[in-house]
Ligand binder design. Structure first.
Ligand code: NAD
Length: 491
């Protein structure tokens, strides 16, 4: 719903009802409908892309110097700051996430716009060493219209991570938020409009992935797609991109290993393990969901972990004391429960959780208890597939080489955590693990100035960092003649 409660989406600078089918966004607390929306259909996508292309080509935007483009990003950051509490509360309502987490996500979105404004002011095109009588240079130009497709698990932060660098690079953006959580993206659209961004540069098009998302990816006017979501979807988008010969960046799933060596500081380790897998109720691409513990400390670590997992505060997202909020939808909760049932079938021992919490307070919500499983080999489906819920599989190990082989025996390569006091071992293992991000004696920490992305089936491309702007630019080389005489061949 728009700010006024109307069923409106942002199509090429105009707030109006989408032409696609109606869908509902439901509360994870009790399944009630929070908003009904008409999604964008292919005609809406076409309208948004055409308006985006026109706005990006308009000299008012095309010829704006970078430092003036940066001012829009700063104004957007200020707008997010001004609306922070409202945006966080809206996101908690729509996703079920704890209010502490959604406040952090809103703060991250704000910081992302500020960071890319600053980065944009310092971007430089380069002169290259000339190897003849000419000036040679390498310059970056906007792509035109960028498609940004985001998942439901941290909406406003992932939306900002695509919109900010894409606008910084001088593009227009067509954003498609996930159908389960469209509201905060629409609210962000309002904030960006109020910041004065020229109309048409941003469209926000909720709708089903197979309709709205697919139309964005296939549209000939879209010159790049930046996608965050599941690996199967990313693979399908990558196939269309290959047909179009279109650049694509894919931030996909993970099954990230965390590794505990016997010399680890166990108090810090347990705190990091719990946060790494159970915060966001496990609905995190980087969740440390495969835990390898050295056999010398295995029982101690697992017993302590289980005791503390059982004491985590499960409750509604709006309660600031809540650590484990409901999952995003009842259907997703049921899917997670089904994967734990499959783990039981594979022979897993359920050390804690393995069910929804009992009691009237939890009856209507999409809750699931923090769950620790042991007794499964790394090759089991439970240890290989992303569950995307509060479920941890623990495995003992003895030998470092065997550990690395097991940790890397996964189609994914998103993140890894290493817990040890031995700095040489930390370095050695960090360099041998297939992961886009490695945390040493910490976990799930992020910085907008540090690139993020996956290896193997966890994705292609990197977001964040100063280079993040260049991911939304086309590179061009220019040779500029300085010779006194014409080219000799035809003379
Ligand atoms: P998803 O792949 O189902 O959906 C993601 C987005 O893609 C949604 O907006 C969806 O509508 C859209 N989509 C679906 N089918 C499409 C199609 N054919 N064409 C175009 N768009 C389409 O993922 P999800 O369930 O929303 O999110 C969870 C997944 O996202 C997990 O696998 C998680 O690991 C991953 N994720 C990755 C990162 C990362 O940075 N690596 C971050 C967050 C989430």
């Amino acid at each position: 719903m728009g700010a006024d409660g109307a069923d409106e989406i942002l199509v090429g600078g105009v707030w109006r009802r989408g032409s696609g089918a109606e869908f509902a966004s439901r509360s994870p607390l009790d399944g009630t409908v929070i908003a009904r929306l008409h999604g964008a259909d292919a005609a809406d996508v076409d309208e948004a892309v055409r308006a985006g292309a026109a706005a990006a080509a308009d000299p008012a935007w095309r010829d704006l110097p970078p430092h003036e483009r940066a001012r829009y990003l700063v104004r957007i950051a200020d707008g997010i700051a001004g609306a922070a509490e409202r945006l966080a509360a809206l996101q908690t309502r729509d996703t079920g996430k704890s209010i502490n987490e959604t406040r952090a996500l809103v703060a991250s979105a704000q910081a992302t716009f500020r960071y890319f404004a600053a980065a944009l002011e310092t971007m430089e095109d380069g002169l290259t060493p000339p190897r003849g009588p000419y000036l040679t240079m390498s310059v970056h130009e906007p792509i035109g219209v960028v498609g940004a497709i985001t998942p439901w698990n941290s909406p406003i932060a992932s939306d900002a991570q695509k919109i900010a660098p894409a606008l910084a690079a001088g593009n227009a953006v067509v954003l498609k938020p996930a159908e389960w959580t469209p509201l905060v993206a629409l609210a962000l659209g309002r904030v960006i409009e109020e910041a004065g961004l020229p109309a048409g540069l941003l469209s926000v098009l909720p709708g089903p992935g197979g309709v709205t998302g697919d139309a964005i990816v296939r549209h000939p006017g879209v010159g790049k797609v930046s996608f965050t979501g599941g690996t199967a979807t990313g693979r399908a988008i990558g196939a269309v991109a290959a047909e179009k010969i279109m650049p694509v960046s894919l931030e996909l799933g993970g099954k990230s290993p965390t590794i505990v060596f016997p010399d680890a500081d166990l108090e810090r380790t347990i705190a990091g393990l719990l946060f790494g897998v159970f915060s966001s109720s496990g609905q995190s691409c980087v969740a440390g969901s495969r835990l390898f513990v050295h056999s010398a400390v295995y029982r101690r670590v697992v017993d302590e972990l289980v005791a503390r997992a059982g004491a985590l505060r499960v409750g509604p997202g709006a309660d600031p004391a809540t650590q484990v909020a409901p999952l995003v939808t009842h259907a997703h909760r049921d899917r997670v429960a089904g994967m734990v049932e499959r783990a039981r079938g594979e022979g897993a021992r359920v050390l804690c959780g393995g069910r929804a919490p009992e009691g009237a307070a939890f009856a209507a919500g999409a809750y699931y208890l923090p769950t620790v499983l042991e007794g499964l080999p790394n090759g089991s489906a439970t240890c290989q597939e992303e569950i995307f819920g509060p479920v941890l599989a623990v495995l003992p190990f003895e030998d470092e080489d065997d550990l690395i082989a097991q940790a890397n025996d996964s189609v994914y390569g998103l993140a890894c955590g290493i817990w040890t006091r031995d700095y040489r071992r930390a370095w050695r293992v960090a360099r041998r693990i297939d992961a886009g991000t490695v945390w040493i004696n910490t976990y799930k920490q992020f910085s907008i100035s540090t690139p993020f992305g996956g290896m193997k089936a966890s994705g292609i491309g990197r977001e964040k960092g100063r280079e993040g702007i260049l991911a939304y630019a086309r590179q061009k080389s220019v040779y500029w003649d300085l010779a006194e005489a014409p080219l000799p061949w035809a003379s």
